[in-house]
Ligand binder design. Structure first.
Ligand code: GRG
Length: 303
């Protein structure tokens, strides 16, 4: 019987995810219409609509709904977070950064449009993110919109994603210990996931205590996301061994499994998912179901 109930909730969670992703994709499509100059808008749309998992927008919307807000009040913010995520991927893939040829199953932006356009597409998406929240959010007090925008800006800048990238670049070829690895992951990955949750809760009208609880949930989920990424990296590279040589730089990169062993990394992931869920125990569990489901999804994802 338990298994039946489990299947039922799992099924509902899938429905939830599919429905939200559809809404987010439509809103993103509408946010960047093709217009003059054609090339830049094509490049922005190419990466933005390339079919990411939309984990951050879902966290944003589910957080808004958990504190009683309508989906519509968080949708512009959810799109803005995805625009920022996408631009960080475009810039991360550039030859001067990670120098990658493929992303989201397609050629990277600079491979498809050239480096100049890829840099500018990233810049334009970052700018559009802030414009989009400010111009499109409706039904939320100006104080809350400003608070959320400040939160989002802090997550991206030199105390956020950029900080993580800078420390990551500086650590290349160096010995990296667990503390430094955590710093990189918290900044490169967890900060934006945290902003997605916190900004969703702010837009939804959440009380400070609840926003704080959800922030703690998001920090666990953010780190979990990266630990799982590292574990998947090991699984994938052993599967692909022999097929692709891989880049030395990436092969030698510090990861949780490399620093603590695969078993300990899995235990760490289990602890993080339990802790994330624990932070939501104060909420009605049926209302918290989407965020609880997202934590499980992130823990168990295969890509
Ligand atoms: C943000 C201003 C600004 C500059 C960019 C390049 C850079 C600074 C930061 C790098 C950030 C980066 C690439 C972090 C990795 C994040 C990560 C875990 C990406 C994978 O996310 P998924 O699995 O991807 O959610 P999909 O494609 O599903 O969206």
């Amino acid at each position: 019987e338990n298994q039946e109930v489990f299947k039922e909730t799992l099924f509902q969670f899938e429905d939830y995810v599919v429905e939200k992703a559809k809404r987010v994709n439509e809103a993103l499509d509408e946010a960047v219409p093709l217009r003059h100059p054609l090339k830049i808008h094509e490049a922005m749309r190419y990466s933005l609509l390339a079919g990411g998992k939309r984990v951050r927008p879902m966290l944003c919307i589910a957080s808004c709904e958990l504190v009683g807000g309508e989906e519509s009040v968080a949708l512009p913010m959810a799109c803005a977070i995805e625009m920022i995520h996408t631009m960080s991927l475009i810039h991360d893939d550039l030859p001067c950064m990670d120098d990658d040829d493929y992303r989201r199953g397609k050629l990277t932006n600079h491979k498809a449009f050239g480096e100049e356009i890829a840099v500018l597409a990233g810049d334009a998406l970052l700018s559009l993110a802030f414009e989009h929240v400010a111009a499109r959010t409706a039904g939320v007090s100006p104080e809350r919109v400003v608070r959320a925008v400040a939160e989002m800006g802090a997550a991206v800048g030199s105390d956020g994603l950029v900080a993580g990238q800078v420390v990551d670049i500086a650590s290349e070829g160096q010995e990296v210990d667990l503390r430094e690895l955590e710093y990189i992951h918290v900044h490169k990955t967890a900060k934006l996931l945290e902003a997605a949750v916190v900004c969703g809760a702010i837009m939804g009208g959440g009380e400070t205590v609840d926003v704080d609880r959800m922030r703690r949930y998001a920090r666990c989920v953010g780190l979990l996301f990266q630990v799982v990424d590292d574990i998947l990296d090991v699984t994938k590279s052993s599967e692909e061994l022999g097929k692709t040589a891989g880049k030395d730089l990436k092969t030698n990169k510090a990861t949780y499994p490399r620093l603590m062993g695969i078993e300990k990394a899995r235990e760490f992931a289990d602890r993080l998912v339990a802790q994330a869920k624990g932070e939501l125990s104060h909420f009605d569990s049926s209302k918290a179901a989407p965020l609880l489901g997202l934590a499980d999804y992130i823990a168990n994802r295969q890509n």
